[in-house]
Design a binder for this molecule. Structure first.
Ligand code: PLP
Length: 422
């Protein structure tokens, strides 16, 4: 059997090129991270060959004795990390986990209430082109125009108006903690089920650096590949077993067929990693880095260029930059940082006057660089590189900024153990 480089050099070259890109640039997309070699090994293993429809001990296929152990380990480790009573590790992705949650908690046509996509919510929380918007009656709450923050009295008013079956808390772009107790109280008042999607901040929760939604929510969903730093995939958790049967049945056979056992093995590895002191320190550096970036972008020279930090700072792993008064729009700023060697994504700010493909904001995240080993000193340097680019816009000294990025990438080599294929 030929190896990849011999059999398919076109794909092998793409893999090499992507490894090079990850090594030579600074990854600051808030939802991305670098998995360790142990996760790559599990995910690239022979477990990809195995069908295992069903759950451990109750499969519809023979030969599941080893994958059963893998899935049990993933579940018990996730329960321990998140202090949960129920975990399902089978969702292929965050969106699939969310589809299963809604499948279990609501009937088609029922009302959902979640954070508006335009204010930082996620597609699966009711966007009109998504299954959540097509199959359910989706309504939304938003942040306040003055502060860009959630006002829980206003969320309550919106909930009393719409009386959703499922109240959704969680976000893809919101830089502050959310008040899970207040969401719980609203859900109780209107008789709704509370679902928290902690996809973004799950790594911080695992490290006890962010309030946990588990004690408050009926159901919690997450991705495993953002702050958690594991394989691209999803999980569903709960502090009780009340919805266990409905959730398991919603994942399989409700939404999925055979689970990706190689990915579940990688999830188990990621959960072992999440219980370590090293993981906690990494999450601390993630938070520290985001604060350093927010502080730098709050300084007078940046403000003078019309660049602001949304909500004035951050409690989490990302900073939202408001470019409404800047010469740059979101697309221009993303392109400029790309040229410098920093990868971020443009992001609509609440009440954004520009269309979603342009936007007036940036979302800058620190998880991947913290995983790469960055601490306060390196984040201070990154923050200044970003500040110089945003201050000077098209007039920035690109060569000088590129050299500063290059120095950081060389000082923190990524995947030194992995060689090129071709
Ligand atoms: N939920 C939230 C809050 C997210 O931000 C995302 C991804 O961006 C998802 C769910 C979906 O995850 P996936 O891309 O794995 O489907």
């Amino acid at each position: 059997q030929q190896d990849l480089a011999t059999f398919d050099p076109e794909i092998a070259k793409c893999l090499d090129a992507e490894l090079g890109r990850q090594r030579d640039t600074l990854e600051m997309i808030a939802s991305e991270n670098f998995v360790p070699p142990s996760v790559l090994t599990a995910q690239g293993s022979v477990l990809t060959n195995k069908y295992a429809e069903g759950y451990p001990g109750r499969r519809y296929y023979g030969g599941c004795e080893h994958v059963d152990v893998v899935e049990e380990l993933a579940i018990s480790r996730a329960k321990s990390v998140f202090k949960a009573e129920y975990v399902n590790v089978q969702p292929h992705s965050g969106a699939q986990a969310n589809a299963a949650v809604l499948h279990a908690l609501a009937k088609p046509g029922d009302t959902l209430l979640g954070l508006s996509l335009a204010h930082g919510g996620h597609l699966t929380h009711g966007m009109h082109l998504n299954f959540s918007g097509k199959n359910y009656h989706a309504t939304a709450y938003g942040v306040e125009k003055e502060t860009s923050l959630l006002d829980m009295d206003r969320v309550r008013e919106t909930a009393l108006e719409h009386r959703p079956t499922v109240l959704i808390a969680g976000w893809s772009a919101y830089p502050r903690h959310i008040d899970f107790a207040a969401f719980r109280a609203i859900a109780d008042e209107i008789g709704a089920v509370l679902w928290v999607d902690m996809a973004h901040f799950a790594g911080l929760v695992a490290a006890d650096l962010h309030p946990s939604p588990i004690p408050f929510a009926d159901v919690v969903s997450t991705t495993v590949h953002k702050t958690l730093g594991g394989p691209r995939s999803g999980m569903i958790l709960s502090g009780s077993t009340e919805h266990a049967k409905a959730l398991n049945s919603a994942v399989f056979p409700g939404q999925q067929g055979g689970p990706l056992m190689h990915v579940i093995a990688a999830k188990a590895v990621a959960m072992k990693m999440a219980a370590t002191e090293e993981f906690k320190q990494r999450q601390e550096r993630t938070l520290e880095g985001a604060k350093i970036i927010a502080d730098r972008l709050n300084q007078a020279d940046v403000a003078a260029a019309g660049v602001k930090v949304l909500t004035g700072g951050t409690d989490v792993h990302l900073v939202l930059v408001d470019l409404r008064d800047s010469k740059l729009d979101g697309q221009m700023a993303e392109d400029l940082l790309h040229e410098v060697g920093i990868t971020v994504n443009r992001n609509a700010v609440p009440f954004d006057p520009r269309p979603p493909r342009v936007t007036s904001g940036l979302r800058i995240g620190t998880p991947a660089l913290a995983t790469r080993g960055f601490g306060a000193q390196e984040f201070t340097e990154v923050a200044d590189i970003i500040a110089q680019a945003l201050i000077n816009g098209q007039g920035a000294d690109l060569g000088q900024l590129q050299n500063r990025v290059k120095k950081l990438t060389e000082d923190f080599p990524l995947y030194p153990q992995i060689g090129n294929l071709v």
